[in-house]
Design a protein around this ligand. Structure first.
Ligand code: ATP
Length: 388
């Protein structure tokens, strides 16, 4: 197993009396791609700044290779940072931007000689696919090219860790996807640790070895992308990572949960008998069958074509579910649903229970649902919640 490289232990940060980070405990392994993921303001950048040495925690410790580094300044840490705004030197060309750190650096108290600088700059430009751009003015480069210069500049000093704060935020979607793949390849080629900040869950799932989901200055879950998606720890994580229907349930026994008065087989256990739980069902895990054959029967109230599949909204006694299907089910159709046991994930109740996972107000297509009807649906939902 990869060894621990960085550890945050009980880190707390408050600004003006507001708690920004609340008891952060985190282990980053050597050479892993770890992503801090969460909504705006949840404390991702603050965590990154602690690792980079730009901010000291009010309490708690930071370790690098098991050595406490709370008092080590940023330039003495084996860490470099790429910010969303690339902060390139506009008066220098591409070569000089990348060479900048090397010109300042010294090896064994000697300046790095110009041949070595040149060799390393060209090596980096090759790595980020900017061969031939060395004389270009950075202002003349596209956003994606500028981003590559920033990456080359951050890597040329061979840090052990690269911190990346929403580095692709300024790029358009297509370029962003290309750069995601390139960053993964660059990390593999360099064999170093990446700690990446994003609020984009798709990006986090696509790129990371480990994802740290944060909310309100608290780590909600740490796991592989598969763990986080398939086994979310609470309703917040389930909702933040992809689309999910989150409904109330009651555990009847290990492997059996009751939803809307019907028993469904599941794979989870270890709950108290009759314990109220949150049940997550991903839209792609629901099979549509004829209404007579379904465990639950509902009415289609909205259909949106998404290219590879349809998103359909189905009303089950006033609680609206999102189902993704390749079958066309026109609005008004009565359908039945089946869910395989591995499509049902059970979570403990938490402070996020009841806040997410109902599609009553899903997207602009459903704006025409009148307020009166919505109120009525809310009543129904409440009664289902009470009955559950
Ligand atoms: P985003 O995705 O929007 O960048 P984030 O998760 O990275 O958000 P942080 O930048 O870590 O969030 O900020 C967390 C909270 O701390 C925010 O409410 C922010 O306003 C606050 N904050 C950060 N730095 C300071 C500061 N120097 N003084 C006061 N408040 C601060």
């Amino acid at each position: 197993m990869a060894k621990e490289l960085i550890r945050l232990s009980g880190c707390n940060v408050a600004f003006d009396g507001d708690i920004i980070l609340d008891n952060i405990n985190l282990c980053v392994k050597d050479k892993e791609f770890l992503t801090l993921l969460g909504p705006s303001g949840c404390g991702k950048t603050t965590t990154l700044r602690i690792i980079g040495g730009f901010l000291k925690p009010d309490s708690g410790d930071v370790y690098f290779d098991k050595v406490r580094i709370n008092d080590v300044p940023p330039h003495k840490r084996l860490v470099n940072t790429i910010f969303q705004k690339y902060a390139l030197f506009t008066h220098l060309n591409v070569f000089e931007n990348v060479a900048f750190g090397l010109r300042l650096a010294r090896t064994q108290n000697k300046k790095i000689d110009k041949h070595e600088i040149s060799r390393r700059v060209f090596e980096m430009l090759d790595l980020v696919s900017l061969k031939g751009f060395e004389k270009r003015d950075v202002a003349s480069l596209s956003g994606g090219q500028q981003q590559r210069v920033a990456i080359a500049r951050a890597l040329v000093n061979k840090p052990k860790v690269l911190l990346l704060d929403e580095p692709l935020g300024a790029l358009d979607m297509r370029l962003r996807k290309d750069m995601q793949n390139e960053l993964k390849q660059i990390r593999q080629a360099m064999g170093i640790t990446f700690i990446y900040v994003t609020h984009d869950q798709e990006e986090a799932l696509a790129m990371s070895d480990s994802v740290v989901v944060m909310e309100g200055g608290v780590i909600q879950q740490v796991g592989t992308p598969e763990d986080i998606y398939n086994e979310p720890s609470n309703a917040f994580v389930a909702d933040f990572i992809g689309e999910s229907n989150i409904v109330d349930g009651i555990m009847r026994s290990d492997g059996v949960v009751e939803i809307f008065g019907r028993k469904f087989k599941c794979l989870d256990g270890g709950f108290d008998p009759l314990e109220p739980v949150d049940v997550v069902i991903r839209p792609e895990d629901i099979d549509i069958v004829s209404s007579g054959k379904g465990k639950l029967t509902g009415t289609v109230t909205g259909v949106t074509f998404r290219g590879v599949m349809y998103d359909i909204i189905v009303d089950f006694h006033g609680f609206k579910w999102l189902i993704q299907t390749t079958d066309l089910c026109p609005v008004g159709t009565e359908i039945g649903i089946q869910i395989d046991p591995d499509g049902i994930h059970i979570m403990k109740k938490s402070r996020f229970s009841g806040m997410y996972g109902d599609y009553s107000s899903y997207s602009a297509e459903y704006d025409d649902i009148g307020d009166a009807e919505l109120e009525h649906e809310t009543d129904d939902k409440d009664s289902i919640t009470r009955n559950a």
